[in-house]
Write a protein that binds this ligand. Sequence first.
Ligand code: NDP
Length: 273
Amino acid sequence: MATHQRIVDDSYKTPIQTHLNYKDKTAVVTGGARGIGLALARQVAELGGNVAVLDYLSQPDDEFDELEKTFGIKARFYQTDVTKKESLEQSFAEVVAEFGRIDGCVTAAGIVYDAPFLGDSWENVIRAQMVNVVGTYFSAQLAARQMEAQGTGGSIVMIASICAHQTLPTQHVSSYSASKGAVKSLGHALAVELGPKNIRVNTISPGYIYTAMIEGVMERFPSLAALMRDDPPLGRIGNRADIKGAVAYYLSDASSYVTGNDILVTGGLHVGR
Ligand code: NDP
């Protein structure tokens, strides 16, 4: 017969499907008009949530238009430059006017370029830091301000990169790596600062995920294309479906006690190749 004290706690009996339900909630996804961001916007819709996509492009990919019809949610697109204060603030204000609330924010807007460190330019470096760091910073700030005003808490998910952890010797991505390291550290700092408001902040560090961004890298560096396919212990390049689970977990109550965390979605590349 058990002699230990029995604790009274039935919280663990709530099914994971209940925690994952995002119905009546709204998430903002920056860079969500295509690529990884679009896949993550779709993930929000699949969970039953409304989604507001902010992106530099004038038009999102056609798949965006399917979201409302397919999932019975509200999906809106706001042409936004995340590096421009007025543009970002206006889009967040329009999101709040349209949806009435923000429960989640996923920052996927980002750029990469290749340049050897010794030949890199001020223009390149400043542009990359503006999009990847400053744009992420103020997107998170605007989302957190709204979450604080609502008093509901929320979840912020920022897309960093394996480059925040390691760089392959064949790559020339010093300024991109610096920017993604900053995003990862920002996640730690915001988790501490926003935790008392029940706003959770986490990052995802993808390895190589097949999108237009990576296709461009493969075209410029054919030798890297083979490495991207063969190097990960799982033996393949990632695809956008591989990222979706991490965002579903972070955005929803499935990760209600998780903040300041980084999930590496790399096919194992970060532990060995
Ligand atoms: P894509 O280039 O396919 O998509 C990025 C999106 O961000 C584009 O729609 C782009 O618009 C948008 N964007 C760029 N600049 C701005 C801006 N100033 N304001 C608003 N939107 C902007 O890239 P991925 O989907 O591959 O990458 C998404 C995120 O994941 C990025 O942060 C990237 O660094 C990160 N990542 C990607 C990896 C991969 O293997 N694909 C690996 C690790 C991290 P536009 O096309 O008009 O510039």
